[in-house]
Design a protein around this ligand. Structure first.
Ligand code: ATP
Length: 248
C-alpha cells in the first residue's frame, strides 16, 4: 500500500500492521505432484480493517488464511503477527497463538447439535482468559432471542451467527472467515455480514473474509485479489456500503 494511504488510515480506522507476510510460499506435495498454492506473497493486514479476499478457486486464499491463522505451515517465506514471527513457531506455540488471538468462521458452522446456542458458545468462554459471556456474544450477532435454541431449530444464517458468536466470544484480535456466506441466500447472508461488520466497527477486530461473491467487496476497507498463488491487486475502497445494501 502506498505510504500516503497508510498515513491517512485509508486502509482502516487504525492502520497499525497486524499481519505481515514476506515472500510467503506454500507448496503442497502429493506423491509426484507439486502444487504451488502460494507463490511469494507479500501482504499486510491492518488493525481494525475489514479486508475481503477474492480470486478464482485454487488461487491460494484459504492457504493464506490457514497460515496466518496458525493452522498450517509455510514452505518458505515469513509471516509476523504484531511483530511475532509465526513461521518460526513450533506447533505448541502456534496453538497458543491461535487460542489467544484468532477466531475462525468457516462455510459450515460446525455447531454441536445436542447443545443450545448458548451452550455452543460457552464451550469457548469456559476456557478463555477474558471472554464475553455467551449472552453478550450472541447479543452482538443479533441472537438474544435465540439463546436456548438448538442448531436444528435455527436457520442457516442463525447457525452461522452462533458460529460467529463462538469465534468472537474470546475477544480475538483477528477474525478469519472462509466463505462465511457460501451456504446462504442473500437475505440470511446479509445478516451474517451485518454481524461481521458490527464486530469490526464496535470491537475493532481485524476481519478478513474470503468470498466468491464479488458484491461483498463493497463493504470492505480493502479488497485483495488472488491469482495463481499471488496477489494480483489490492484496492482501497474510497467509500464503503453497508451490508444491508448488498444483494446477490
Ligand atoms: N491439503 C492440500 N493438499 C494438496 N493440495 C492442496 C491442499 N490444500 C490446497 N491445495 C491446493 O492448493 C491450491 C490453492 O488452494 P486454496 O484452497 O488455497 O485455494 P482457494 O483460493 O482458497 O480456493 P477456493 O476458492 O476453491 O476455496 C489449489 O490448487 C489446491 O488444490
Amino acid at each position: 500500500m502506498p505510504e500516503a494511504e497508510r498515513q491517512t488510515g485509508a486502509a482502516g480506522p487504525d492502520g497499525g500492521v497486524v499481519f505481515r507476510a514476506a515472500g510467503l510460499t506454500k507448496i503442497y506435495e502429493t506423491g509426484e505432484v507439486k502444487v504451488r498454492a502460494l507463490d511469494g506473497v507479500d501482504i499486510e493486514l491492518f488493525a481494525s480493517e475489514l479486508a475481503v479476499l477474492l480470486g478464482p478457486s485454487g488461487s491460494g486464499k484459504s492457504t493464506l488464511l490457514n497460515i496466518v491463522g496458525g493452522l498450517d505451515h509455510a514452505t518458505s517465506g515469513k509471516v509476523w503477527f504484531r511483530g511475532q514471527e509465526l513461521t518460526a513457531m513450533n506447533d505448541r506455540a502456534l496453538t497458543r497463538y491461535r487460542r489467544a488471538n484468532v477466531g475462525f468462521v468457516f462455510q459450515f458452522y460446525n455447531l454441536i447439535p445436542s447443545l443450545t446456542a448458548r451452550e455452543n458458545v460457552a464451550l469457548v468462554t469456559d476456557i478463555a482468559d477474558d471472554p464475553m459471556t455467551p449472552d453478550e456474544a450472541l447479543g452482538m450477532v443479533g441472537l438474544s432471542a435465540r439463546l436456548d435454541h438448538f442448531p436444528a431449530e435455527l436457520s442457516g444464517g442463525e447457525q452461522q451467527r452462533v458460529a460467529i458468536a463462538r469465534a468472537i466470544a474470546k475477544r480475538p484480535g483477528v477474525l478469519l472467515c472462509d466463505e462465511p456466506t457460501g451456504a446462504l441466500d442473500s437475505k440470511t447472508g446479509v445478516q451474517v455480514l451485518e454481524a461481521l461488520d458490527r464486530i469490526n466497527r464496535e470491537l475493532g477486530t481485524t476481519v478478513a473474509v474470503i468470498t466468491h461473491n464479488v458484491a461483498i467487496r463493497a463493504m470492505a476497507h480493502r479488497v485483495i485479489r488472488f491469482q495463481d498463488g499471488r496477489i494480483a491487486s489490492v484496492e482501497v475502497n474510497a467509500s464503503r456500503i453497508r451490508p444491508d445494501q448488498i444483494e446477490w
